[in-house]
Ligand binder design. Structure first.
Ligand code: C5P
Length: 207
């Protein structure tokens, strides 16, 4: 049983994917972390994330990098968004994601192109979204709680720029799969969004 959870940044897809994985006892892969690792490894090696060759070389990042808390930063998200436009980078990360999806028993993957490219045969596909202002507000409160000084306007501008880059790239743009169910979390608290996600998956499974 493969469950695909796609959507823009800070819409709640990570929270929902983790909760679905716990609910169904499935392993979970946050595919954004792979792109973040490529972006960070590229920058740390002195490469330009906008250069396809430099970005591709960074796809051979050491696995230990996936444990680095710095991958969660806004800076890493921006670098990920830049390296992820290169088709060669997406190809380089395909096998790893595909193998994860196909493991016996199934898996939950979250990202941008899980339902469209990585696992088009997924049993259930969710497209988790929320308004830019709701997502910016959440990110702002999250960073404030961590003591990171940021401005709400700057976060909103950054999210909007990242959305645009993700939606307009020619390879695997961020779009809902035709058979995905859209879940707008703008006005939902996490527990309500999770309950709704479980309901959607149960329905897809015909239960
Ligand atoms: O989900 P997360 O914010 O960690 O993703 C960071 C960036 O990585 C996204 O903005 C997107 O550009 C890229 N990404 C992608 N495909 C995925 C996961 C992430 O292009 N499956």
């Amino acid at each position: 049983m493969i469950i695909a959870v796609d959507g823009p940044t800070a819409a709640g897809k990570g929270t929902i994917a983790r909760a679905l994985a716990a609910h169904y006892g499935l392993p979970h892969l946050d595919t954004g972390l792979l792109y973040r690792a490529v972006g960070r490894h590229c920058a740390a090696s002195g490469g330009n994330p906008d250069d396809p060759a430099a970005a591709l070389a960074a796809a051979a990042f050491p696995n230990s990098l996936l444990e680095d808390p710095a991958l969660r930063s806004e800076e890493s998200g921006g670098l990920a968004s830049r390296v992820s436009v290169h088709p060669a980078v997406r190809r380089a990360l395909y096998d790893r994601q595909r193998a994860f999806a196909l493991q016996p028993g199934g898996a939950v993957l979250d990202g941008r192109d899980i339902g469209t490219v990585i696992a088009p045969e997924a049993a259930a596909k969710l497209f988790v979204t929320a308004s830019v202002s709701a997502r910016a507000r959440r990110r702002f409160l999250e960073m404030e709680a961590r003591g990171i000084p940021v401005s709400l306007d700057a976060i909103e501008a950054d999210l909007a720029a990242r959305d645009l880059r993700d939606q307009t790239r020619s390879t695997a743009p961020l779009i809902a799969a035709a058979d995905a169910v859209t879940l707008d979390t703008s006005d939902l608290i996490p527990s309500a969004a999770i309950a709704e996600a479980v309901r959607v998956v149960e329905q897809k499974l015909g239960r």
